[in-house]
Design a protein around this ligand. Sequence first.
Ligand code: DGY
Length: 319
Amino acid sequence: MTTATPVLLQLLPLPFPEAQQRLAQRFDLIELWKEQDPDAVIAARQNEIVAVVTSAMTPTSAKLIDKLPNLRAICSHGVGYDAIDVKHAQKKGIQVSNTPDVLNDCVADLALGLLLATARRLGQAERYVRSNLWSTDAKFPLGVKVSHKKIGIVGLGRIGMAIAQRAKGFDMEIRYHNRRQRTDVGLTYEPSLVELAAWADFLVIATVGGPDTRHLVNDDVIKALGRDGILINISRGTVVDETAMVNALVSGELGGAGLDVYESEPTVPDALKTLDNVVIVPHIASATSETRKAMADLVAANAEAFAKTGNVITPIPPL
Ligand code: DGY
């Protein structure tokens, strides 16, 4: 690194002022969201920019990367990186960091929250009380027991493991499907996703998004999970064939779904909004003040480390 203040292109603000300040202390910041004509600003300063701050939900394309010939680091706020062309960046020798680990607890907590809410009909029960149906003759339908059931986890990474740990607390039987069998966990591996779905009462999706996992949970998997099964998705909407899932929920071929993510966020299929066997929330798995602060701090720490040493702290391994 030279001694001149390095220039950082920031595509979105960090959600905590202290973290934002840390960036401002180390870098000459281009705060793109404040610019009237972002393309013109990028064109005018493209040769100066050495780092970019982005997020899991902010598209960071090969086209943008190619506009910045001196780019050396991309620091992203979030664990998922399907919105960033990481392969392209890495091919050009650009480091890309994300914010792993600091959000595992909250994402796993939400997975279990959605599972409980769907199985025990918590959303529907709330609506029942709020609309004064409790004091009438209307009967509230029975839910599904959660403890001692069979849970299938799709994607046994760090978040998948945190979900497994919580499932143990509910005395559940646990199996998983993964790209590779893990030898470091005492859990049963199921190489066939259809078989896992057929076995499970609850199927929880915790795998990465992107082209490699698009529609991994297809019609066959959904039908195998079946009319008594519940699908939970806290990973990416693209992993599930949403049309097949909606059709199965409407026809009763799938028992229920608890969803944090959707194929075309923030658009949620209207049918999902009308179904009582579905719990839908707006991509909030990591959205607690503690976790979002830890994520913002880690983005700042990655950018600072890059400015100081030339290396980020939590690089995404080569894809
Ligand atoms: C992530 O970090 O990838 C989350 O899904 C974004 O909130």
